[in-house]
Ligand binder design. Structure first.
Ligand SMILES: [Zn+2]
Length: 313
């Protein structure tokens, strides 16, 4: 009888310990790939990490399904970009009584760049009157992660937030964060070296331009068909003509497109001028195959560096 009581009390203690917060596994939900990739490299197998955007899916038209909302409401931390496309998150969270911990990239990063129109771009059509009369301030570009220098900051920021939520694993997280940040430190140096010694410092993007942070942080000039992640995919005839003449004038060996693009503008310019069309990864998302093989953002950016070598030399 005493033995049985002892066994039962041991079981009770065990169940109690299993439910203690210190033993709880963190459950992190991210919206898009760069956030997922960074968190995954920090926590490795010591937390659950989900990405709401399905691999291969277009990010700017993302709409949450009921399962996504459940994931957000049940997680320990929800990380998202905080761009104009993410307004649904604020609406969702304010409509719920439950308080969800969030990390909003654009609110935690210092020195954001404003979206800009450069010569030759096709302007975005304003969809409704409300938007054109909007009293909102300037639109900030949200593609912070395209600059390796900012990725180093992003890794540190995410790491400290995760360490505070799970102090038991804090040192493990910090060691992993240092390892991953080192890859971006190397990229940062290689990019500065490349652009520093290149005579040509201009790239021609026959597409949208989600690379403002890469360009501005590293001293690259650019021409592009559209700014940021404009929903437009039809460039005006004058934009195409402008990019063709710049391609000839600057004697670039290739024009660039973004991954998952239909490459229509790029192919038109290539047919006119004979240059190549190469892809620069904006890393919003990866394909299902790349996701399965755990291709990292650091590797995608290494590939970008090789493309830039070819274009700038
Ligand atoms: Zn975008």
């Amino acid at each position: 009888m005493i033995k049985l009581l002892f066994k039962m009390s041991a079981l009770v203690v065990m169940l109690f310990l299993m439910n203690m917060p210190a033993f709880a596994r963190l459950n992190i939900v991210t919206l898009i790939y760069p956030q997922y990739d960074v968190v995954k490299h920090i926590v490795k197998d010591k937390a659950d990490v989900a990405m709401l955007l399905k691999p291969g899916m277009e990010v700017h038209t993302f709409e949450p399904v009921p399962g996504d909302i459940e994931k957000i409401l049940g997680c320990d931390l929800f990380i998202y970009t905080g761009s104009e496309h993410d307004e649904w998150v604020e609406e969702l969270l304010s409509s719920q009584g439950k308080k969800v911990k969030t990390l909003i990239l654009t609110e935690t990063m210092p020195k954001l760049y404003e979206e800009e129109m450069v010569e030759g771009m096709t302007a975005e059509e304003v969809e409704d009157e409300d938007e054109s009369n909007s009293s909102r301030g300037p639109e900030f570009d949200e593609h912070i992660w395209t600059s390796p220098r900012r990725d180093i900051q992003m890794i540190e920021l995410f790491c400290e937030k995760l360490a505070a939520l799970d102090p038991e694993n804090a040192e493990f997280f910090r060691a992993n964060a240092r390892d991953y940040a080192a890859r971006f430190t190397a990229l940062d140096k290689d990019l500065r070296d490349l652009i520093g010694k290149s005579e040509r410092k201009t790239i021609i993007m026959a597409d949208r331009f989600p690379f403002l942070y890469l360009a501005k942080d590293y001293g690259l000039d650019y021409f592009a068909a559209f700014k940021g992640c404009a929903a437009e995919s039809e460039a005006s005839a004058s934009t195409v003509a402008f990019l063709i003449s710049k391609t000839r004038e600057l004697k670039v060996p290739a024009v660039l497109t973004v991954e998952f693009s239909n490459e229509k503008i790029g192919r038109t310019i290539a047919a006119e001028t004979g240059v190549k069309v190469l892809t620069l990864n904006s890393c919003h998302n990866v394909s299902p195959e790349q996701f399965k093989s755990q291709l990292s953002m650091a590797e995608l950016m290494r590939a970008n560096l090789e493309v830039l070598k070819e274009v700038l030399n």
